[in-house]
Design a protein around this ligand. Structure first.
Ligand code: GLC
Length: 717
């Protein structure tokens, strides 16, 4: 969003503000979710909880959502007391509500419709942690563009995505929603998603406002337990966690969602340093902030506000514009401003932010940006399925392939095992709000569509065993204190191995799993994550060699849960190495990862040689030769890392500096070069001063964070 474009609305915003009553201003800051009446007489959120904790089935939930009268509080809407909805996912309902806002309220201010389009809308693509393993910003942008075309056709204006919470602890269920443990990768992923969602202009009918979340550092919750506290040095916050959100703001994101957690004792929802000083003051953000669900009200539970009125006052002053479904603003702000307890300027600023986004979306000029006809035309288009399949094959990671058992020949007779192999619904993952399970191709169906002969274990050549997590075992409110493969699945694998037939494990899940037994005993292991609507077809493509796997892990797999948080960019400590008694290690578990960051196999092999690092005017150019030493064409994600050996603070033993995906034919070699800007290697000292990089640096290149070639260079001040 260009500065000029944003500026052109200011006069219209100020004019409108001058016409608005206090109640109408507060109404613009209220986002409602579709609540349900009649059926259970509970709110939409409570019904979701009832589904998630198993009190009602997903089918029951779906039936209720489709049949029960959903209460959109139309009378409040007519009175100008609602500015936005979350969760309206069809054009007809959106237009019906929009017509009330535009034609039946005093000022006709259009509604803004938000929705969780996290990895696809109806065409569900692989979960973000999976898609991040493609290491391909161009792909990430294309799938976001597709999601925007589809969701906007259904009446959505804003998506609560991308989620770019750097996550180094696999116990946290929401690691599934972002681009893993690395700062640079989350930044690249988020910026690409913002470009894809927002398109060239938010006023286009097929653009979505990107609402980057969860600001900030939600992935650092203590003990990996969702909604828990976050406490860290400002230096670490700035070096590891803030850059991914900053990259999204720099890419033009016009919305930001503060996180549920506190940072060093101040909940993000009422954190003025974060929402005003950093986000607007330092980063120049000109869009709107929207709370997470009920988050403003929860500041009372946090213990930072004594009641809802104080929560409202703290939030609006901190820079929180819109209240998602807690109704704290709706209930408290009019009195707070009338009594002078809240500065009217804070209210006007928040309303102006919301109006600015609505103007940028062109809603004042064309409030009905879609129609049921356009929706029907855009949903689940064949080309969308093709893109979903491309994203899935680029996300599936080959972790083990003993004796080249994979790829399988097309006439291989296969026995399938494990419930996940036969499920469509589970392929969607935990945040496919707009998805329908029956749209997904199961592993079983994918093999059948590929013409594979499915037989029983007695008659088969190989056994494909689906193991791992169901989709509700990760995502929000799904932290696990034990991230190992369920015991009954290990027993199943033992029985299958006893048949003497080769076994291939296909692992589904929303997080790295602690699976040392699988890694040791099963000859071939494929990490499938949750691949989305084209799951079965993509897995068939990989398992039978239609596509050569190229994906690389963006989150570390531990041997044991007890190693969490476990990540590649760790510091050396004063007693490194894990050998000898008095070194930093565990008595009962290996020190390193089961599968490291950046790791993933191919059906071919690649070799790295002739690494060369050269400093040029303080920047460093690092190049390496990559050769396809195998027998088939393949894509290789060339990763470049660096290490500053000595600094004003201890530095990580490796930091990802750049990456590039290349395709090589058998025997082909290519020189790959990276230029690392001086600024990128800077860091903060303990006083928060930016420290220029200098001294001895080692640069690494490889197909993972552990198998690298390296060269060392002196960087001068
Ligand atoms: C949830 C999530 C957030 C999501 C929001 C709206 O609680 O924390 O990521 O966007 O509610 O559905």
């Amino acid at each position: 969003m260009s500065k000029k474009r944003v500026g052109e609305y200011e006069s219209r915003i100020q004019e409108l503000l001058g016409q608005m009553t206090l109640e109408e201003k507060v109404g613009q800051l209220r986002q409602c979710g579709p609540s349900l009446v009649g059926a259970f007489d509970v709110s939409f959120e409570e019904l979701l909880d009832m589904m998630f904790d198993g009190r009602i089935s997903e089918e029951e939930f779906g039936r209720l959502m489709s049949t029960a009268e959903r209460d959109f509080r139309e009378e409040d809407l007519r009175a100008g007391r609602i500015g936005s909805y979350n969760g309206v996912g069809d054009a007809e309902t959106a237009n019906r509500l929009q017509r009330i806002a535009v034609e039946e309220t005093r000022l006709g201010i259009p509604l803004l419709f938000g929705y969780d389009v996290v990895h696809g809308f109806r065409t569900v693509t692989p979960i973000p942690l999976a898609e991040s393993c493609a290491w391909e910003p161009e792909l990430w942008e294309r799938t976001a563009r597709m999601a925007a075309e589809e969701a906007s056709a259904a009446g959505v204006h804003m998506t609560f995505a991308p989620m770019v919470d750097v996550a180094k602890d696999a116990r946290w269920g929401r690691i599934s929603e972002g681009a893993g443990e690395d700062t640079l990768l989350n930044a690249a992923y988020g910026a690409a998603k913002v470009r894809g969602f927002q398109g060239g202009d938010l006023a286009w009918e097929d653009s979505l406002v990107a609402c980057v979340k969860h600001f900030a550092a939600y992935g650092a919750v203590e003990a990996g337990r969702d909604y828990n506290r976050v406490d860290m040095s400002p230096l670490r916050l700035w070096e590891d966690y803030l850059p991914s959100y900053q990259a999204c703001v720099a890419a033009g994101a016009m919305a930001v969602m503060p996180a549920f957690n506190d940072i060093n004792g101040v909940p993000c929802s009422v954190n003025r340093d974060l929402l005003t000083d950093i986000l607007r003051g330092q980063w120049g953000f000109e869009g709107m902030t929207v709370s997470d669900a009920n988050a403003i009200a929860e500041c009372v539970d946090h213990g930072i506000a004594q009641d809802r009125a104080e929560a409202a006052a703290l939030a609006i002053h901190a820079g929180m514009d819109m209240d998602m479904t807690s109704d704290v603003y709706a209930e408290e702000l009019v009195d707070l401003v009338s009594s002078g307890k809240v500065d009217a300027a804070d209210l006007d600023r928040a309303v102006a932010d919301v109006l600015r986004v609505k103007f940028a979306c062109g809603l004042f000029d064309d409030p009905y940006k879609t129609s049921p006809e356009r929706e029907a035309e855009m949903i689940l288009r064949p080309e969308y399925r093709e893109l979903a399949r491309e994203a899935a094959v680029k996300s599936i990671v080959l972790l083990k392939n003993e004796d080249g058992i994979l790829p399988l020949a097309g006439d291989t007779k296969v026995a399938l095992a494990g419930d996940l192999a036969f499920s469509c619904d589970e392929m969607m993952g935990p945040w496919a709000v707009g998805g329908i399970g029956s749209d997904c191709v199961s592993l079983e169906e994918g093999l059948k569509f590929a013409g594979i002969s499915l037989v029983d274990t007695e008659d088969c050549d190989v056994i494909i065993a689906a193991v791992g997590e169901t989709k509700d075992m990760s995502g929000e409110a799904a932290s696990r204190a034990d991230i190992s493969i369920p015991e009954e699945q290990i027993c199943m694998l033992e029985d299958l191995l006893e048949t003497g037939k080769p076994v291939i494990a296909v692992v589904f899940g929303g997080r790295p799993l602690a699976m040392p037994w699988v890694a040791e005993h099963v000859p071939a292991v494929v990490e499938a994550w949750f691949p989305g609507v084209e799951a079965g077809n993509a897995l068939a493509d990989i398992l039978f060699g239609e596509v050569n796997p190229s994906a690389k892990l963006t989150a570390t797999f531990p041997y044991a849960t007890g190693q969490c948080p476990l990540y590649y960019a760790h510091t050396n400590t004063g007693r490194p190495g894990g050998k000898g008694k008095f070194t930093s290690k565990y008595l009962d578990t290996p020190l390193g990862p089961l599968y490291p960051f950046g790791y993933g196999l191919s059906y071919t092999t690649f070799a790295y040689s002739d690494p060369k690092a050269v400093t040029r005017k303080k920047d460093v150019t690092f190049s390496v030769t990559v050769t396809n030493t195998g027998s088939c064409e393949g894509d290789e994600i060339v990763q470049c890392y660096f290490r500053q050996h000595t600094g004003a603070r201890v530095r990580p033993v490796k930091q990802l500096a750049a990456f590039e995906k290349i395709r090589l034919s058998p025997g082909e070699e290519r020189r790959v070069g990276f230029t690392i800007p001086y600024e990128q290697m800077s860091y903060y000292d303990s006083a928060g001063n930016i420290m220029p990089p200098y001294g001895t640096f080692t640069f690494f290149a490889g197909g993972s964070s552990v198998d690298c070639v390296e060269d060392t260079v002196e960087v001068m001040l």
